[in-house]
Design a protein around this ligand. Structure first.
Ligand code: GBH
Length: 462
């Protein structure tokens, strides 16, 4: 409220949801406890050479044993919502059949604790940790995995349906399909472009099947969503060749999911671009209708824009069929510790595009944040000024989009805690709370105090 905080420059709408986000494999640890079996990320991270420094999620931030402390951290921040993911191999160890009660109980304890703290639980069903048994049976390129996912969704809805306000089926199916099966930099580490296209389709199908299952099982008030890491694609120049490169990446990075999920169709140009690889006959009658089952909102994870020009890329790449047509151009300007460009305008562009293309769909920023090396002063305070600047700039972009009529309902900061940053291991820190991985001590950084102030004001300070 601007009257209470005269120095608040940009006020967000009442009811705007302020959250933080995490994912099971990145924080939980307890990889072998209470009946949990290996997921593809356990297998991948234990394979030498796949993850920097040989890091694994075996212990991670030990959140499985520290959920009360971590919820208390969020209560201190004042967040309204918390986005976590459910570990499939923890709650359904073989990927089929009955659930594992001890695993389900963990999420019941977590959601109890959240509700007691006045924080809305937002659950993601799949944040990349496929049970290894299902990968052994073919993984996402195999159609049956979509059926298994729908059954798993029913199991989790049965256990948590009375206590989770918002449900996300999949986190970033682009990464699951194309980093997992085409470039191989994520689990399961396969480098087969056709398998990746099949995976993308089966993820769309799994999403739609799960939406139907959730809709039938959950109270009418439950919000059902999907999170995509949409690519804010820009052509390096206005030349026809560069614009064609941008079109290809828009097809493979965005419309491969947006078109099935919101329009029940495949992008015609994508089918044409990939004709030498596949005839898409794995898409069966009725699949696209299932994928297009209505949802209540779209989650967007945004970190950086993507700049492309006509050219070629090294293979294996995560872009089936585009390697000989597209070159990725490093964007100018400052970089995060991931070497990703800092460019809040890309978020604004993405949001206004979605307003124009999907005017009926409410949007939620389900992830935004940055990795930086922080530093502790002699008193132990942890400083991360670049992260504060990054967050400020991106929230200002969200505010500008709101002013321009984009229906953004909330913002989830990635991430609550420093955690296992996938192929980068523990070397990259995204948290607003520092984690000492030797002692598991949590220390809120300056950015945590800054975010708590933003939430308390309902907006950005000057
Ligand atoms: C998200 O992934 C994840 O949901 C989260 O678990 C993760 O910790 C967080 O962001 C930070 O990484 O792949 O060559 O096209 C974001 C993944 C990163 C995928 C940037 C696209 C662009 C380079 N995205 N990446 S490329």
């Amino acid at each position: 409220d601007a009257r209470l905080h005269p120095t608040t420059e940009l006020t967000f709408p009442a009811g705007f949801r302020w959250g933080t986000a995490t994912a099971a494999y990145q924080i939980e640890g307890a990889a072998g406890e209470d009946g949990r079996t290996p997921s593809i990320w356990d297998t991948f991270s234990r394979t030498p050479g796949k993850v920097r420094n040989g890091d694994t999620g075996d212990i991670a931030a030990d959140h499985y044993h520290r959920l009360r402390e971590d919820v208390a951290l969020m209560r201190d921040l004042g967040v309204t919502d918390y986005r976590f993911s459910v570990s499939w191999p923890r709650v359904q160890p073989t990927g089929r059949g009955p659930g594992e009660q001890k695993g389900l109980d963990f999420y019941r304890r977590l959601t109890d604790e959240l509700r007691e703290a006045g924080i809305r639980p937002v659950a993601t069903l799949y944040h990349w940790d496929l049970p290894q048994e299902l990968e052994d049976a073919g993984g996402w390129p195999h159609r049956d995995t979509a059926e298994r996912f729908a059954e798993y969704a029913a199991l989790v809805a049965g256990a948590l349906g009375d206590r989770v306000a918002m449900w996300t089926t999949l986190n970033e199916p682009w990464c699951a399909a194309f980093l997992g099966y085409a470039s191989g930099v994520h689990a399961p580490g396969r480098t087969d472009p056709v398998a990746a296209l099949r995976a993308a389709h089966h993820l769309n199908l799994a999403h739609g099947r799960a939406v139907r299952v959730l809709r039938a099982a959950l109270p009418a008030s439950a919000e059902i969503s999907l999170t995509l890491n949409l690519h804010a694609v820009r052509a390096l120049s206005d030349s026809e060749a560069d614009r064609d490169a941008a079109r290809r990446i828009d097809a493979l990075g965005n419309r491969v999911f947006l078109d099935p999920v919101f329009h029940g169709r495949l992008p015609a140009d994508l089918v044409e671009d990939t004709a030498a690889l596949t005839d898409w006959s794995f898409v069966r009658d009725g699949d696209l209708e299932v994928a297009a089952t209505p949802i209540d909102s779209l989650g967007i994870n945004y970190y950086s824009p993507t700049v492309v020009a006509a050219g070629t890329s090294a293979s294996p790449s995560p872009w089936p069929g585009a390697d000989r047509h597209v070159r990725f151009v490093p964007a100018p300007g400052p970089r995060t510790a991931m070497d990703w460009p800092v460019d809040a305008q890309g978020l604004y562009e993405l949001l206004t595009r979605l307003r124009d293309e999907l005017p009926e769909v409410p949007l939620v920023i389900t992830e935004n944040g940055a990795a930086y090396d922080d530093y502790a002063d002699p008193s132990g305070d942890v400083h991360d000024p670049e992260r504060v600047a990054y967050l400020h700039a991106h929230l200002a972009a969200v505010h500008r989009a709101l002013a321009d009529g984009v229906d953004v309902r909330g913002y989830f900061l990635w991430s609550l805690l420093d955690n296992f940053e996938w192929a980068y291991g523990y070397g990259k820190r995204f948290g607003i709370v520092h984690v000492d991985f030797a002692s598991q001590r949590r220390t809120p950084k300056d950015s945590a105090r800054w975010y708590a102030d933003v939430i308390a004001r309902g907006g950005l300070p000057q």
